[in-house]
Design a binder for this molecule. Structure first.
Ligand SMILES: [Zn+2]
Length: 132
């Protein structure tokens, strides 16, 4: 029996995922290429295997003027399957809340520091009173 490595991700799995997403986006598989659903060119969409720059499968339409390209993630976004990033307003609101909390935490920390040094001064005063 041949030994298999189960730890390495199967590179073909990424390809199968991308192909299935391309089909959902309206691309039609023709042999090794797809018909482009954006510019409707026949067999203009190429699939790109992972390489030194990108560790995932990608695709692009080589028809002049057609900008359709991407990968499984961008396709998921296009198809409304991926979680949208936070709207800018919500992001700003959360950042303000975070800054407010951070501010309150450092305020409280200053208060505690003051209490500690006051206590230390008090202790020193007491030990001076009692002499050494
Ligand atoms: Zn195209």
């Amino acid at each position: 029996m041949r030994e298999h490595s189960f730890n390495r991700p199967d590179p073909l799995e990424g390809r199968a995922e991308l192909e299935s997403l391309l089909k959902q986006a309206g691309a039609i598989l023709r042999g090794a290429r797809f018909d482009c659903p954006k510019c409707e060119s026949k067999r203009s969409v190429n699939i790109l295997p992972p390489n030194a720059r990108f560790d995932y499968w990608g695709f692009y339409c080589h028809k002049d003027g057609c900008e359709w390209r991407g990968n499984a993630r961008t396709l998921q976004k296009e198809l409304g399957m991926a979680q949208e990033p936070l709207p800018r307003e919500e992001w700003l609101k959360r950042r303000r809340e975070h800054e407010h909390l951070t501010g309150r935490i450092s305020e409280r920390k200053r208060e505690l520091d003051d209490q500690i040094s006051a206590r230390e001064r008090q202790d020193r005063g007491m030990s001076m009173k009692h002499g050494r």
